[in-house]
Design a protein around this ligand. Structure first.
Ligand code: C2E
Ligand code: MG
Ligand code: MG
Ligand code: MG
Length: 284
């Protein structure tokens, strides 16, 4: 009997895991289709200049509203896209969509009102795709100057593929596209390594910001990162700012830019349009 029960358990386990595999497979197929059919949407989160309280730019974040499953989190579909290679098509879609959006805002509100958009590009994409050529083609297609687009990539992406990425980043720089190092502080790279890559911005990971207290360990680390960034001429963005008390600390640390729910959650393009044009999004 014990043996039979064991067998039944194994079968249940196998059925569950098969179901899981099947459901992952469905999700993969659907994600692929969503990219092809433009069923994804970019949301935009403001990056704020702490000195002037003005918006400095936006980070584009992909949103997937699945017909049956509802909202699927990027924490779920981005790793899936990376495992299955769909990330290449997704990254191309995100870059083109951001360029199309910049073009729309330029035409509607004038160049002086346009702010740069940051697009996240996966390390997998850098390995499998010609990112610089892909970016150049998107800028071309929508006649957007390179300085309106920025690319975010993580430290781990760089460390996995330093030579190839270094070359891609140099080409991006020649297009006028700035590069931001995302989730800074969560990887294992040495600070000393950073200056060898053409990077313009570092984005301090949210885990530092939400632990921040005056003179605690994260504060001391950020203070050192701040000095280093200054001496290397890098722009610093604090990610995940939720708490008003952290603003003064960021100012003390000489961090000029921040992004987080305290200012705004990521929002649809129509809300950004209202913001740029001076109409209030909540009066829509
Ligand atoms: P990320 O690039 O570090 O983006 C910042 C994430 O932090 C976003 O999550 C944003 O909504 C969230 N966030 C911003 N401010 C706050 C805050 O104050 N508190 C909290 N708790 N969260 C905040 P999201 O949109 O869920 O994206 C998660 C990750 O998925 C991104 O992290 C990025 O790595 C990836 N991702 C999203 N869209 C894309 C994309 O189009 N391409 C690629 N390759 N990756 C993407
Ligand atoms: Mg990012
Ligand atoms: Mg980040
Ligand atoms: Mg992240």
């Amino acid at each position: 009997r014990a043996k039979a029960a064991g067998k039944a358990r194994t079968e249940i386990y196998q059925r569950d895991s098969h179901q899981r595999v099947r459901s992952q497979f469905h999700l993969e197929t659907e994600l692929r289709r969503a990219v092809e059919r433009d069923d994804l949407e970019l949301y935009y989160q403001p990056i704020v200049d702490l000195k002037t309280s003005q918006i400095h730019g936006f980070e584009a974040l992909t949103r997937w509203h699945h017909k049956e499953r509802g909202f699927v989190s990027p924490a779920e579909f981005i790793p899936l896209a990376e495992e299955t290679g769909v990330i290449v098509a997704l990254g191309r879609w995100a870059t083109r969509t951001a360029c199309a959006q910049i073009r729309t805002w330029m035409d509607a509100y004038g160049t002086e009102k346009v702010m740069p958009i940051n697009v996240n590009v996966s390390g997998i994409q850098f390995a499998r795709d010609d990112v610089a050529a892909m970016v150049e083609a998107s800028l071309e297609e929508y006649q957007v100057p390179g300085e309106w687009l920025r690319i975010e990539l993580t430290e781990s992406a760089i460390m996995a593929n330093p030579v190839r990425i270094s070359e891609s980043l140099s080409r991006l720089r020649r297009l006028g596209v700035k590069v931001a190092l995302d989730d800074f502080g969560t990887g294992y790279s040495s600070l000393n390594y950073i200056h060898q890559f053409p990077i313009d911005v570092i984005k301090i990971d949210r885990s530092f910001i939400n632990q921040l207290q005056f003179d605690n360990e994260p504060y001391k680390i950020l203070s050192m990162i701040g000095l280093l960034a200054k001496s290397l001429g890098l722009e610093v963005v604090a990610e995940g700012l939720e708490d008003i008390d952290h603003i003064q600390m960021l100012a003390d640390l000489d961090f000029n830019f921040a992004q987080g729910f305290y200012f705004s959650k990521p929002m649809p393009a129509s809300d950004v349009g209202n913001l740029i044009s001076g109409r209030l999004p909540w009066l829509k």
